[in-house]
Design a protein around this ligand. Structure first.
Ligand SMILES: [Zn+2]
Length: 83
């Protein structure tokens, strides 16, 4: 199974292939064979909202809000005692 820089290819149970955009996680196209996925990939544009959502998610990992930090410290608290 090959994946170029921007798309992951998935073999379906029925023998067709899906191409999934690694930026917005949309299923870009489905084709009966893997080489045909490039036609759909060439036409794909990520929805602006999807790109924004991903950026926002990545920012939230770097700068946790008080509520997520509370949840994380609860989880880490149990692990820290074991170490
Ligand atoms: Zn996309």
């Amino acid at each position: 199974m090959n994946a170029n820089a921007g798309y992951a290819h998935r073999l379906n149970d029925d023998g067709t292939f899906d191409s999934i955009c690694l930026l917005c996680y949309h299923t870009v196209t489905t084709a009966p064979s893997e080489p045909e996925l490039v036609f759909g990939e060439a036409q794909h544009l990520c929805p602006p909202t999807a790109a924004w959502r991903r950026r926002s998610f990545e920012n939230s990992l770097r700068q946790p809000t008080p509520s997520t930090r509370e949840t994380a410290s609860e989880t880490l608290g149990t692990n820290a005692e074991e170490r």
